[in-house]
Write a protein that binds this ligand. Structure first.
Ligand code: FES
Ligand code: FES
Length: 160
């Protein structure tokens, strides 16, 4: 039976009436036209779909939409502050950590979650955390550099 689900997506409250077992990914992309998150494996293994649910890294391809009821969803569309990119977005641009771009929204959301939990990660911690995000273009070195740069920039802003 369908259920009424309320999601706050990038700060805006959205309501859908749907099968509560549908993947959150399908509801976001198909019902709400929030398409920054990408479909990759559909099994929680590639990270292409990564979003934040109440700030926690989540794979919506394997998350029933009912689990996200009344929670805050952040996707790549919700990271920038007006014209100002989030420091992680800016760092990916600055170091050229984007090739085809398919993995990029998930990579960025994953890095944002990491830096919220651990603002000064070591290279090993970055590599371990980002390990669940796959880049078919094999851009891992630049992605690591981007996360490192974003951490340094966030720390600098906090100091000033
Ligand atoms: S599409 Fe969700 S983890 Fe691969
Ligand atoms: S940039 Fe192409 S998959 Fe990562």
């Amino acid at each position: 039976m369908d259920a009424k689900i309320t999601l706050t997506v990038n700060g805006k409250e959205r309501t859908v009436v749907t099968d509560p077992e549908r993947p959150l990914l399908d509801v976001l992309r198909e019902d709400l036209q929030v398409t920054g998150l990408k479909y990759g494996c559909g099994k929680g293994l590639c990270g292409a779909c990564t979003v934040l649910v109440d700030g926690k890294r989540t794979h919506p391809c394997v998350t029933p939409v009912a689990k996200a009821d009344k929670q805050k969803i952040t996707t790549i569309e919700g990271l920038a502050d007006g014209d100002r990119l989030h420091p992680v977005q800016q760092a990916f641009l600055d170091v050229g950590a984007i090739q085809c771009g398919y993995c990029t929204p998930g990579m960025i959301l994953s890095a944002v979650a990491l830096l919220e939990e651990n603002p000064r990660p070591t290279d090993e911690q970055i590599a371990e955390w980002m390990n669940v995000n796959i880049c078919r273009c094999n851009g891992y070195t630049k992605i690591l550099n981007a996360v490192r740069r974003a951490a340094a920039q966030i720390a600098e802003v906090k100091r000033s």
